[in-house]
Design a protein around this ligand. Structure first.
Ligand code: DGJ
Length: 749
């Protein structure tokens, strides 16, 4: 029973596999928090867990000085009635008041998990996987209703929360802020972990000790952004990858978000997460309803790695959807870094033919195939093939690629429009804009007004037409600029602050229609690389382009940080040419592949310029990946050595098969060390009773030995090798394959 309750005391106990979340209805009818953390046994009354202490404060109930909302842990707090902390919501009423008082009316317990209208969300396949508790509250004075939704999965340590408002009156109200969830923690002895960066260095791990005041991350850019991912974790200072308590908060949303922790004057911490209230408001007319996106709250008392595995398993199997969710992803070759805009049919076919010989399964035609797109200044919106480059048309090219025995994939940037385009000449009003103001330009392009269904319909028709006329089995959906001059010509003046949220609903709508009409197509989301790599996108596109940065060494930090929340099957990872196009670094083909194996693997280089030796090596890499890809894409992932710690010179990670008979370990060293110290790598997730062969080692090892004594990595510095690493020098890497002795050896190379 994941949801238990005391109906007299109105206490609710949500219990996951190892987690408890307990709240109650307080004497003023509002909801108070009692506990969130390691699983507790159920009992009739938990009120003693949150005994009130009196302090000098404004009291909400005159007769009870201890009842100040400023002193009380709450579920979904408002501002203005004795709580001075960041509120979860704020609604402006027709009389100008921003005070609300949502009090408990009733609850409902439903099996499974209801869908969220028009929003991406985690789901269940069978009703008995989860239970959902709906708490109905009402503000009698305004006639507004609030529903708080909590889903608890039976065998996961996850609680999913969202909220929705309904206007049951006739007057129009304005939602100024509607977070998805708010959680009050009783102390502040935590570190906040966030995934931040910028273009080409996305999702680096940053940690800071909580301090009094608000610590926050946000996006105001119209997408979740590469600057901050919609995720934060609170961990105890002693928590490590494999020990200690950690709470994760991950927002299933792709637009402007905010996530913050406020430490107050009594050392409590309030986490709030949801749509960014900055530059947001939403008109709620009589009879209307507003649904927030959901926050997935995961918990672990066994360290951050376990928290990540909880997210990986949920997002891989109950957020991603469609046939590709559980299907091995094809090895692809993308022509972007191979040709950029400079290609024609012959050049593409030459690349494809060579690629096919090495075992590539999917050929992806990136930017530049439409309109007059010879550089990034023109043609977005003109989704008609460029007959100068492809005179025989797209269907012919696709057929020729298919005849080679490869799938064909195509790049789109559906949300964008170039000023220099037929579409802009015809429909300048279809652009996100503020009348009378100039248009800031990003990559020479403007953003289509996806709040306007006419625009979304048009783009749908164009894309659907192309997907129907050719056998296109993969779509790379790009998005290459952030929003400016945020406004829509088709919305009334008092709805302009709704644009960013309405825009992202338009994006979700287009995705939904396309995946419904073309369920066999594998979608890969992209936004200048990883600027919209978020759980919202995963609902539509089971993989995303992790970063435009394809340098193997940069990718260590990017993929390591991304793995905090997102499964390997979701991370597009390609081998590219050297010197690398982003950082000019030269790494071996081996190291480039050894990093890219841990993701949805592919190549992004001109195979016609590779030597026979390199092509041979590529063929071996692809063979090896295909042999191991179920494990690499769907195995259980463990981080071993962090590029963000101890100087960052070493990174290591591994995946283990479900039955623990097989594992693959990646080990990477940035700079060579003179006369290095002795090194042992402690592995994780193995069966301690299982005897393993390890590629490159003559001996066999039991799982307990590999996890407790470790794998000896260093070898003789004089060059004599007795096993372990055979490479030295900068940017070296090694992939070890562990196979149960009863399974035979699975050596790599
Ligand atoms: C940005 C993407 O991240 C790249 O992979 C590539 O598709 C370019 N856009 C094309 O313009």
């Amino acid at each position: 029973m994941p949801v238990m309750m005391n109906k007299d005391l109105l206490q609710f106990h949500l219990q996951g596999q190892n987690v408890s979340y307990i709240f109650h209805v307080m004497e003023n009818g509002q909801l108070g928090q009692l506990y969130y953390g390691k699983k507790l046994r159920d009992r009739a009354d938990f009120s003693h867990l949150s005994k009130r202490e009196t302090r000098v404060a404004s009291s909400y109930i005159e007769e009870d000085p201890s009842f100040s909302l400023d002193l009380i842990k709450q579920e979904y707090p408002g501002y203005g009635t004795s709580d001075y902390r960041e509120p979860a919501f704020q609604i402006q009423q027709p009389d100008g008041s921003r005070i609300s008082n949502f009090t408990y009316r009733s609850f409902e317990l439903v099996k499974g998990k209801p869908e969220l209208p028009s929003l991406p969300a985690t789901y269940v396949e069978k009703e008995d996987e989860a239970e959902t508790l709906l708490i109905y509250l009402e503000d009698a004075y305004t006639n507004l209703a609030l529903t708080l939704m909590y889903t608890v999965y039976h065998d996961r340590d996850v609680i999913v929360r969202s909220s929705s408002f309904k206007n049951n009156g006739d007057l129009t109200h304005e939602i100024k802020r509607a977070h998805s969830a708010s959680v009050d923690f009783p102390d502040a002895d935590y570190e906040m972990l966030q995934l931040s960066g910028s273009w080409s260095r996305e999702r680096h791990i940053h940690e800071r000790r909580l301090m009094p005041g608000v610590q926050s991350i946000q996006s105001t850019r119209g997408t979740s952004s590469s600057q901050h991912n919609p995720f934060l974790a609170l961990k105890r200072p002693m928590t490590t990858e494999h020990n200690g308590e950690v709470y994760g908060f991950s927002l299933v949303y792709s637009g402007n978000f905010s996530a913050q922790v406020e430490v107050d004057h009594y050392h409590t911490s309030r986490v709030t997460m949801g749509i960014n209230p900055f530059d947001f408001s939403w008109k709620l007319n009589g009879g209307e309803h507003f649904q927030t996106p959901e926050v997935v709250m995961a918990y672990s008392h066994n360290g951050i790695n376990e928290l990540s595995r909880t997210y990986h398993e949920l997002y891989r199997s109950r957020l991603a959807r469609g046939v590709w969710r559980d299907t091995e992803r094809p090895v692809l070759l993308n022509n972007w870094e191979a040709t950029y805009f400079d290609f024609d049919e012959d050049k593409l076919l030459n690349i494809a033919r060579k690629a096919k010989k090495t075992g590539v399964e999917l050929f992806v035609l990136d930017d530049g195939w439409f309109g007059k797109r010879n550089d990034d200044k023109t043609s977005l919106g003109d989704w008609f093939v460029d007959s100068a480059k492809l005179p025989n048309g797209l269907p012919t090219l696709v057929r020729q690629i298919n005849d080679l025995g490869m799938m064909f994939g195509l790049w789109f940037e559906p949300e964008m429009i170039s000023k220099e385009s037929e579409l802009y000449r015809k429909h300048p009003e279809w652009v996100i804009q503020v009348p009378g103001r100039s248009h800031s330009i990003g990559r020479h392009q403007l953003i289509l007004d996806f709040t306007n269904s006419e625009v979304v319909d048009y783009i749908y028709e164009r894309m659907a037409g192309l997907l129907t006329e050719s056998n296109i089995e993969y779509v790379k959906w790009d998005m290459n600029r952030y929003m400016t001059e945020v406004g829509s010509l088709q919305l009334h003046s008092d709805q302009q602050a709704e644009v960013p949220h309405r825009y992202i609903l338009g994006v979700y709508d287009l995705y939904e229609r396309l995946i419904a009409a073309f369920p066999h197509v594998l979608f890969e989301s992209c936004a200048s690389g990883g600027a919209r790599f978020d759980p919202g996108m995963l609902y539509y596109a089971p993989q995303g382009w992790t970063s435009d940065d394809t340098d193997a060494i940069e990718r260590l930090s990017i993929q390591y940080g991304t793995s905090m929340v997102y499964p390997l099957s979701s991370m597009g990872a390609h081998v590219s040419a050297v010197p690398n196009h982003q950082v000019k670094r030269i790494t071996t083909l081996d190291t480039r592949a050894n990093v890219a194996y841990f993701g949805a693997f592919g190549y992004e280089l001109d195979v016609t310029k590779m030597s026979d030796d390199e092509l041979n090596q590529m063929e071996h890499q692809i063979d090896w990946y295909k042999e191991n890809r179920t494990l690499l894409q769907y195995g259980t992932f463990f981080r071993l050595l962090s590029p963000f710690q101890n100087g960052g010179n070493e990174t290591s990670w591994m995946v283990v098969s479900q039955d623990q008979k097989k594992a693959i370990v990646g080990y990477y060293q940035v700079l060579a060390e003179p006369n290095p110290g002795f090194k042992r790598l402690l592995l994780h997730g193995l069966d301690k009773e299982q005897e393993y062969c390890v590629s490159g080692y003559k001996e066999t090892f039991f799982g307990d030995e590999l996890m407790s004594a470790g794998l000896q990595l260093s070898s003789g510095y004089d060059g004599s090798q007795t096993g372990g690493l055979e490479e030295s020098g900068d940017y070296s890497s090694h992939v070890f394959v562990l196979t149960g002795v009863d399974q035979g050896r699975g050596d790599k190379s």
